[in-house]
Design a protein around this ligand. Structure first.
Ligand SMILES: Cc1ncc(COP(=O)(O)O)c(C=O)c1O
Length: 465
């Protein structure tokens, strides 16, 4: 109960600027909202005709919605628990047959030749970069509008992350701005299909081909998303995924690399297993450790949970896409609400998050923070999304670290600092509003509640001053 009340208080009053994406998803769970409802939200609040006219909930009126949205994660008690218990009882908990089965099924689902399961998405990225020979002295192009792990993985392999502004309409790395940032040191582009919306892979790959760069897709939010019918994660040399708790395909912590190049995948496999010889990396001789390696193998429990979760991913993705399209059709009519745009090449989005931009000038100058508070009070969990992660102190601290100062000239470190200025990325941080993927698992009526709440706030915007 204490936990539920804490969540409720967070949900109702906390400034979302301070909430991480993961905390945000936790606070949108059924328990939090049910508690909110029992703590004084008026009954019959789904009568939108009344609530549209009435006072805003944040000012004491009836909220549009009191029922919770679908919670996350979901599992089937009857079907999903037995495989995990069976792993426990087998006593084989480290990587073995279950993980291998997950890899086969995931590769097949992705349309990739191979898959390697990892401890998490961060290590999938690090492994991929390292095995593509990206390291000290190199530069990798990446968007600042991403989760910190994309940038950390580049730093961790000793390379410099060079920021490329996102396109504010699509939230994705802007292909028009890639070439300006390329130097003789550039070795890779890391497109991040951020929020589960595909980046423009035709143009990114064209730039990569022209400049002989490798492409490592950060598809950590983009399971089953597609570009021209091909799955995100299979469009570059390697694609990386995350299965962290909040993700559309969750197992607590987990990750994967997919790829078609056997030699490269053998290298990734060896790296993720202490550098032990594998496939073309070499036969076991001596102690069998052939290359510099890490240990980031998935456990059998993670594999068992993922195999169960995968069974519902297709259906859930369909539901998210259908609801997202409907929600867009409704909220695009509200002045000041600018829905995200999908590129023409997108044949499917994964919708880990549903984003739009909020133009406060069309809301009589009501700041985004007040809009968010009003929307939460109407019973719709929402967040302001990413802060300027590229301006967090880790970035400067990495550049100032002993090893980076040894590895790079002052001139190169300064250039990395200068290029870290991304006005369009900053703008997205200031204007974005997100709904988490579990909201999109509801009904069309749920989407109507979201849109009704937003319309209500628009109609009563003057009362928010
Ligand atoms: C875009 C992006 N990249 C990388 C990661 C890292 O994944 P993980 O948390 O599994 O290490 C995440 C996950 O949070 C992510 O959202």
């Amino acid at each position: 109960m204490i936990l539920v009340q804490t969540l409720m208080l967070r949900n109702m009053t906390m400034n979302k600027e301070n909430l991480t994406r993961r905390q945000f998803i936790a606070t949108t769970s059924a328990g939090a909202l049910a508690a909110a409802a029992s703590q004084g939200f008026a009954a019959n609040a789904n009568d939108t005709s009344t609530s549209k006219k009435g006072t805003l909930a944040v000012l004491g009126g009836q909220p549009v919605r009191t029922r919770p949205f679908p919670g996350w994660p979901v599992w089937d008690k009857d079907k999903d628990e037995e495989p995990v218990i069976s792993v426990l009882r087998s006593g084989v908990w480290s990587r073995d047959k279950v993980v291998a089965q997950f890899e086969r099924e995931y590769a097949e689902r992705m349309g990739a030749k191979r898959c390697i399961a990892t401890t998490n998405g961060t290590n999938a990225l690090l492994t991929s970069l390292h095995c593509l020979d990206i390291g000290i002295g190199d530069e990798v192009l990446v968007t600042p509008y991403t989760f910190v792990a994309s940038i950390q993985a580049i730093f961790l392999c000793g390379a410099l992350p060079i920021m490329v502004d996102p396109d504010p309409e699509t939230f994705q790395i802007n292909p028009d701005k890639l070439e300006d940032k390329i130097t003789e040191h550039t070795k890779a582009i890391m497109p991040v299909h951020i929020l589960g919306l595909p980046a423009d892979m035709d143009r990114i790959n064209a730039v990569a081909r022209k400049h002989k760069l490798v492409v490592v897709e950060d598809a950590c939010q983009a399971w089953l998303a597609e570009w021209k019918g091909r799955k995100c994660g299979t469009l570059g040399q390697l694609g990386c995924f995350s299965f962290q708790n909040s993700k559309n395909l969750p197992c607590g912590e987990g990750g994967a690399i997919v790829g078609d190049d056997d030699d490269l995948m053998d290298r990734c496999y060896a790296y993720h297993d202490f550098g032990r010889g594998y496939g073309t990396v070499g036969q076991v001789e001596g102690t069998g450790f052939r290359i510099m390696g890490n240990k980031c193998r998935m456990t059998e429990y993670q594999g068992a949970i993922l195999l169960a979760q995968m069974k519902r991913l297709e259906q859930q993705t369909e539901t998210r896409c259908r609801n997202a399209a409907y929600l867009t059709s409704r909220i695009s009519k509200i002045p000041g609400i600018i829905p995200h745009r999908l590129y023409d090449g997108v044949t499917r989005a994964a919708y880990h998050l549903y984003p739009f931009r909020y133009d406060q000038s069309r809301f009589d100058g009501v700041p985004r923070g007040k809009f968010l508070a009003a929307l939460k009070a109407e019973g719709v969990p929402c967040s302001s999304g990413y802060n300027r992660v590229n301006k967090d102190s880790f970035f400067e601290n990495a550049l100032r670290s002993k090893n980076f100062r040894k590895a790079y000239s002052q001139e190169r470190l300064d250039r990395c600092r200068q290029l870290n200025d991304c006005p369009d990325g900053d703008r997205l941080c200031d204007e974005a509003v997100w709904f988490s993927q579990n909201l999109l698992l509801g009904t069309q009526g749920d989407m109507d509640d979201i849109a009704d709440a937003m319309e209500k706030i628009y109609n009563h915007r003057s009362s928010l001053h």
